[in-house]
Design a protein around this ligand. Structure first.
Ligand SMILES: [Zn+2]
Length: 158
């Protein structure tokens, strides 16, 4: 995975440090109100064809921006890529004016780890176990719309 060495380890609202979920995570420095833009998910803007090529190489940090461009967040200057997935997240990734923001979906107390749902589909989901520790954890990193499918233990679908 990614070494946080040399990375940005603090933003206006977050501090990045070891997480019980996985590797490094982002934690609220102070209480964050619902609806706050917690951190921008920055990266390299790439074409759809470049994105397709990178996705085939298993890049898990790509967001769709618009018809022409995707965002590849797998860069050292994007601390938001260290944020962990959770099955019961306190933030969500939102596309606003052609930029990706991690936005608080509820009030977050100081010190709490900031998480969002990575929104993965079911392709090879068994390769992405989830250790978020939420009561409703489904055991794998998938978008909420697939929770039921995964909980039923169905074979992977394409
Ligand atoms: Zn989970």
């Amino acid at each position: 995975m990614h070494s946080p060495a040399g990375d940005v380890l603090e933003t206006e609202l977050l501090v990045f440090k070891a997480s019980l979920i996985h590797g490094f995570g982002g934690f609220a420095k102070a209480a964050i109100g619902k609806g706050t833009r917690v951190v921008e998910y920055v990266g390299e803007r790439i074409s759809k064809s470049e994105s397709l090529r990178k996705c085939e190489g298993n890049n898990e940090f790509i967001f769709s921006l618009n018809e022409e461009q995707d965002l590849d967040g797998d860069v050292a200057w994007n601390p938001a890529r260290l944020l962990n997935h959770s099955c019961a997240p306190n933030c969500e990734a939102e596309l606003q004016e052609d930029r990706i923001w991690i936005v608080a979906s509820r009030d977050i107390p100081a010190g709490e780890e900031v998480t969002f749902n990575y929104g993965y589909d079911l392709v090879d989901y068994r390769d992405y176990p989830c250790r978020c520790g939420a009561l409703n954890c489904v055991g794998y990193i998938v978008a909420e719309e697939f929770f039921e499918h995964v909980l039923k233990g169905s074979p992977r679908c394409r």
